[in-house]
Design a protein around this ligand. Structure first.
Ligand code: ADP
Length: 490
């Protein structure tokens, strides 16, 4: 429970709020207490001042002795909530007003003699410094007193006023009680509210989690709920869904790749099995018949090898594991060698083959084996799809941007417009039956995708430049290498 984000958020929220509320209560209480004390002190000082002025007025009355002045002043003391006391020079109590009576007579103020004892320190301090305040602890808050000295008829008196603090203590006690009740209540309510808000805000995450738990390889097409698309959680759900879409897409590609690959492998394997069964079914066969069967088996074996090699290369490239073996060589020389390699095939198919290289040598840093394979795939297609009497020309050079290009053009039947955008896709063939029947062995529809992959590995690309009834032209474009080929250094 405590691990859940909702609980953590609530605990943090409540903790911070508790800190704020307790600090607030403490500061408020301190302020209240100080204000109350200041009010009390001011009131005591005022009362004492009026008492002193009364004493001075009585002293001016020459008729009565000095001690009676004090008694007179305290007798006339009007304040019912505090007590006036007058001490002589020796600190002895000479007169005191009636003790204050609280509501219902509950206040028990010390006897004047006990009080004068408690105020001994205050009287002594006032005698030294002219005036002083003191708080005397006692039951129900004790009391606060103020003393001031006065000289009358040559004798010095100390006039003190004491005020019980029970009212102030009660007011502060009430404030404390209010805080004790209000702070926990406020915390309880806000933590409950905080938990509800956290639960509500995190509900989409819970829903996303529950849905994500159910998504696996078999139902990658499912998506997380995107409730409020504009907030952070909505964005998170959208990002997850985009990720799922990409995963779904690549899973789908892998599935299609596997299905297409097994489909392509099934046909030659079926031919190998069928042909060998036919050859073995009869006891006696002529050497020519055996030779013919073996030739078919050999063709299909080669075809299988090529498909498996192509698949292996594509699978490794998809997994990012294909490491080309880069060396320095001349592109024009390699292209010339490729053209020579397919010459016998062209002669067999009665297709005229032309090679043209104008300008400088074309040094290239790349994987020569792969470049050869790319070019042979294009040449193989050009010869395969050009009828007898046609012409295939290969041109190598630099284009206007000083990049290398190899153009392979033929006078074949061309590629239908609707198929042109698909020919670089894996396993795509325009006419599956015709491709399989070709003399060179029908391809699996991987030739152009492999060529495209090789060009990309070298920072270039293969494109269909034009294709119509007069023929097709493919162009390979490669970045020119600045490095000098190793061959020239040797
Ligand atoms: P394949 O191995 O079957 O030749 P490719 O990927 O090399 O597969 O080519 C895909 C399809 O593009 C071929 O089946 C063919 O129909 C078409 N194609 C490729 N090159 C040519 C060309 N020079 N002339 C006509 N059609 C072509």
């Amino acid at each position: 429970m405590l691990e859940s984000m909702r609980a953590r958020l609530t605990i943090w929220y409540t903790g911070v709020l508790a800190l704020v509320l307790i600090t607030f209560a403490f500061v408020t209480y301190t302020y209240l207490a100080r204000a109350a004390r200041e009010r009390t002190d001011q009131s005591l000082a005022d009362t004492t001042a009026s008492l002193v002025s009364n004493f001075v007025a009585e002293s001016n009355d020459e008729e009565q002795p000095g001690e009676d002045d004090a008694a007179e002043v305290t007798r006339n003391f009007q304040f019912g909530d505090r007590q006036a006391l007058i001490f002589d020079e020796a600190g002895r109590l000479v007169a005191a007003s009636a003790p204050p009576s609280g509501a219902g007579g509950t206040v028990v103020f010390p006897e004047p003699s006990a009080l004068s004892q408690s105020l001994g320190g205050l009287v002594a301090t006032a005698a030294r410094s002219g005036r002083a305040f003191a708080t005397v602890p006692g039951r129900r808050g004790g009391f606060r007193a103020y003393a001031s000295t006065i000289t009358s008829r040559g004798r010095r008196y100390t006039v003190a006023v004491a005020l019980p603090l029970h009212e102030q203590a009660e007011a502060l006690e009430q404030a404390r009680q209010a805080f004790y009740a209000a702070v926990p209540l406020a915390l309880l309510l806000t933590s409950l509210g905080g938990y509800l808000i956290a639960r509500r805000s995190l509900a989409p995450v819970v829903a996303m989690g529950a849905r994500a738990e159910r998504i696996g390889a078999s139902n990658l097409n499912e998506r997380l709920p995107e409730s409020s698309a504009r907030n952070e959680l909505g964005r998170l759900a959208r990002i997850f869904n985009e990720l799922l879409a990409r995963l779904d897409n690549s899973f789908e590609q892998q599935r299609r790749f596997m299905a297409d690959a097994s489909h392509e492998l099934r046909t030659p394997v079926a031919i190998v099995c069928g042909e060998s069964e036919v050859a073995l079914s009869q006891e006696e066969r002529s050497p020519e018949e055996y030779r013919e069967s073996l030739s078919i088996l050999n063709d299909e074996g080669r075809r299988l090898t090529r498909i498996v090699e192509d698949l292996f290369m594509l699978a490794r490239a998809d997994a990012g594991q294909y490491q080309p073996d880069f060396t320095n060589f001349y592109l024009d020389e390699t292209a010339g060698e490729c053209v020579r390699a397919v010459r016998s095939l062209a002669v067999r198919r009665r297709v005229e083959l032309h090679y043209q290289h104008a300008g400088d040598e074309l040094p290239l840093r790349g994987d020569e084996g792969l470049i050869r394979r790319m070019l042979l795939n294009l040449l193989d297609n050009a010869i395969k799809y050009t009828p007898a009497g046609g012409r295939v020309s290969v041109e190598v050079g630099r284009d206007a941007a000083r990049r290398y290009f190899i153009r392979v053009a033929d006078t074949g039947s061309g590629i239908p417009a609707e198929a042109q955008s698909h020919i670089f896709e894996r396993f795509y063939r325009v006419d599956k039956a015709r491709a399989r029947a070709g003399e060179a062995g029908g391809g699996a529809g991987l030739g152009l995708s492999i060529a495209s992959l090789i060009a990309e590995l070298h920072g270039g690309r293969v494109a269909l430049e034009s294709s119509d009834a007069r023929g097709s032209a493919f162009v390979i474009s490669l970045p020119a290498s600045d490095s000098t080929p190793a061959k020239t250094l040797a």
